[in-house]
Design a protein around this ligand. Sequence first.
Ligand code: DOR
Ligand code: ZN
Length: 420
Amino acid sequence: MSTTWTIIGATLPDGSTTDLHISNGVFVEEAPTGAERIDARGLRAQPGLVDLHTHLREPGGEEAETITTGTAAAARGGFTATFAMANTNPATDTPERAEQVRRLAAGASTEVVPIGSVTKGLAGEELSDIAGMNSRAGVTVFSDDGFSVPSAGLVRAAMEQLLPFDGVLAEHCQDQTLAGSSACCHEGPVSEELGHVGWPTIAESVVIARDVQIAQYLGARLHICHVSTAEGVEVLRWAKARGVRVTAEVMPHHLLLTVDELRTGDTTYRVNPPLRSPEDVEAVRQALAEGIIEIVATDHAPHRKQDKDKPFPEAKPGMVAIEHVLSVVIETMINQGRLSWSGLADRMSHRPAQIGRLAHQGRPVAVGEPANLVLVDPAARSLVDREQALSKGRNNPYHGRNLPDPVVATFWRGRQTFSR
Ligand code: DOR
Ligand code: ZN
């Protein structure tokens, strides 16, 4: 496949139009000889997307996803980097296991960056070797995603380990005494109607409140995973006004879908944190527009069919996302006039790379920069068909919906990793 490209007439995030030339993995000034030509008139040229929160399932969950299939799906979604969550089997809780994830990703379609667990085996008891995972495997993001770090004392101890290298704790905010393992959906009229144990919005916001206080006390960096509630947004607003070093992410499903989907009975819609009320959806959209929530990540969580073919409360939580997140952000934010294309580059490329300390990703589309690029057709739409996915996951909440179908091609370090 060609390694030199000339892309004609693409529109940059700032609205200007230009020809782009790629050679040796970077954007160059002059058209390289023998370059493959792409007519990009009418297309947007956005920096490659960076996902700070992906479940690639390897090692241990290869029936649900592998690094090969998950990153192929990511490239189709417009991504050039994915941060691989630590809740694999075994969990990424030692320098050796973090190195193993990097090795397994040798032929992947995106850069893959391991996230380390905060506690050994995500058990919430003993801290993992946080310093070792940083010094020996370059890990900068640590998370027990799937669970909250259970106590304030453990959060403090973890943050003290992170301070010397300015690592970040990425917290899954779900207080287990308010929302334990039997809580399977948003607490409110719909959970009552369906007879499910609900998980209240405050189970999220009290953990955010606890952690921002500890981060402020220590001067440590904190990142809040998958914010889903208006209460959570309010605590973040409070913390940011006081200069706490906290960032936050929102997922596509929390930008588009509400708890009302649960009336279908479809276990695809079981996810943690759960789909919330329309008021919560409005609050997270507004927070993303304002920058109270800095980034969109995916929480791409493929599951085997047999893990979803269960009564609703017993089905595994999680839904796929990585092939559709850009569609959802265009639909809910850009087409509503709530986010610009340069805002999109900030929220989905520049800022996630910065939070994860990935200096060579999320860079502008400009001469001399690494050629990480997604070409986007802003007008294309189609019906989502879960059988067409590159991910192994069929737990697709967008199946059958008419949505933007934006990704035309993705380039990672000048290599074409997806083309339709
Ligand atoms: O719904 C979820 N699924 N939420 C999480 O935090 C973990 C994820 C998974 O690993 O399946
Ligand atoms: Zn997750």
